[in-house]
Design a protein around this ligand. Structure first.
Ligand code: SAH
Length: 443
């Protein structure tokens, strides 16, 4: 989501002020920081990085500094109290107003160069943002498309509803127009984005509501779209019509990221996830019946307040039982303003770290085993580029996100770029990479 938002910031400033990206900080006139506040660590990094930027600004007072994203949203004018050299503060829902904020900050600079009050806009102006974003400009063959913003689930640990606001879905026609434009620019794989993506409820032009499963059908019919991914979904919204879509739509990748967070019903209740482990396992089993080759991944929070040894064992056992393809796991981080921040936390940090290490070992082992299991099978790969270090090989991504490399006639590389091909996997290279041989061109 942040990668997508950063792209949009560049698009709006490119469109309004002709700005271009530079990766050389000394060459930049404007420095933008897009921030995340999902865990405390990400938030701390903001102020340490800003400290470095301050030194640059001392040398070059004309430099314009902007802080966007969820830390900006949460901290608001606190950012400028702690870092008065910041010129613009904007939230995830106001990034389309960056050109105005930039102009305002320049005006203020002329009026009161020494005593400048920065410009701040961290409001939630419903979904208007998307009406102000320019046509997407893309490179390569994969693109993100944001279909809904915010979250209304209010899980007790999570800061998202407070930083990105409540759920709001983009109208169906807007989403499809963006995907049409991307496909016309050569995009083959669409990754639908939302904090609660499968809770999509977009308005259709007749006023009725399009749910997520129906949207998947529409997207799969867009000419040129060969693969569809989505992230991140919530088990409560993982309805049977979405599971059925896996039977009907070959474009849907055989990979599902469905965060479960914990293997203990008591912890799930305390997290306010509103479902039990059985519900989750049942959904996975239904999906496996339809797509036996489905690859699964999940997010886990280790050391939630009150997590007992038994709760943790339940989480370990769930991970072993479901044999995830890969997973993300984090030590619980207390977020200001969330209900879980008020819970008594009797698990020591040492215990949490030990549990995380034990848990991650299980996850790493199953990732490794899954990659080894690919050897001897045939997998669908979207071909993306010539391998940097092996100019006689092409590189692409499999359904399960593994990088796949295969040799090809150097004269004919271009013909395969952007194509969906089937590759027979011959060798394990690393936990996230395999090698193979081209079998067929699919689309
Ligand atoms: N919408 C997704 C969550 C996306 S946030 C869902 O409902 O599952 C990405 C991940 O960050 C979460 O799945 C969770 O595992 C982790 N996370 C969120 N808040 C956290 C916190 N306070 N401490 C630790 N991890 C957290």
């Amino acid at each position: 989501m942040n990668v997508y938002d950063s792209g949009k910031m560049l698009d709006v400033l490119g469109d309004s002020h002709g700005m271009e990206v530079t990766h050389d900080i000394d060459e930049a006139d404007v420095l933008l920081m897009n921030t995340c506040s999902i865990r405390e660590k990400a938030q701390e990094k903001v102020f340490s990085e800003l400290g470095r930027w301050r030194k640059l600004k001392e040398k070059r007072p004309d430099l314009v500094i902007g802080v966007g994203g969820c830390v900006a949203s949460q901290e608001g004018d606190n950012i400028q109290k702690r870092a008065p050299y910041v010129d613009m503060v904007f939230g995830p829902q106001t990034l389309h107003r960056l050109p105005e904020l930039y102009d305002q900050s320049n005006e203020q600079r002329e009026i009161a160069p020494k005593n400048r009050i920065g410009t701040i806009d961290v409001s939630f102006p419903s979904i208007e943002k998307f009406d102000f974003l320019p046509e997407p400009r893309v490179e390569g063959y994969k693109a993100f498309v944001s279909i809904m913003e915010g979250c209304s689930k209010y899980c007790s640990f999570c800061v998202v509803p407070y930083t990105r606001g409540e759920e709001l879905s983009r109208p169906l026609d807007d989403v499809l127009a963006e995907i049409d434009s991307l496909a016309a620019q050569g995009i083959r794989e669409i990754n639908l984005l939302g904090q609660n993506v499968n809770g999509y409820r977009g308005e259709k032009d007749d006023g009725s509501i399009c749910r997520f499963a129906e949207l998947l059908h529409y997207v799969s019919h867009v000419d040129g779209v060969e693969r569809i991914r989505y992230t991140t979904s919530h088990p409560l919204e993982f309805t049977d019509d979405i599971i059925d879509a896996y039977a009907q739509l070959p474009e849907l990748v055989s990979h599902l990221h469905l965060p479960v967070q914990s293997g203990s019903n008591a912890i799930l209740a305390a997290m306010k996830r509103n479902h039990t482990i059985d519900v989750y396992i049942n959904q996975i089993n239904k999906l496996k019946a339809i797509r036996p080759d489905i690859h699964l991944s999940s997010d886990f929070i280790i050391g939630f307040p009150g997590e007992t040894d038994q709760d943790f064992q339940d989480t370990l056992n769930l991970a072993k039982e479901l044999n995830f393809d890969h997973s993300y796991s984090f030590i619980y981080s207390k977020r200001p303003g969330t209900p879980a921040a008020e819970l008594p936390d009797d698990v020591s940090f040492t215990t949490k770290k030990a549990r995380l290490a034990e848990f991650q070992k299980v996850i790493i082992d199953s990732t490794l085993a899954k990659t080894h299991e690919m050897v001897g099978t045939t997998t669908r790969v979207l071909v993306e580029q010539v391998a940097n270090r092996h100019p006689d090989c092409l590189i692409g991504t499999a359904d399960n996100t593994r990088t796949v490399m295969f040799p090809h006639d150097v004269e004919k590389m271009d013909e395969l770029l952007g194509k969906l091909v089937s590759v027979r996997i011959t060798d394990f290279v690393s936990p996230h990479m395999v090698k193979g041989e081209l079998e067929d061109v699919l689309a």
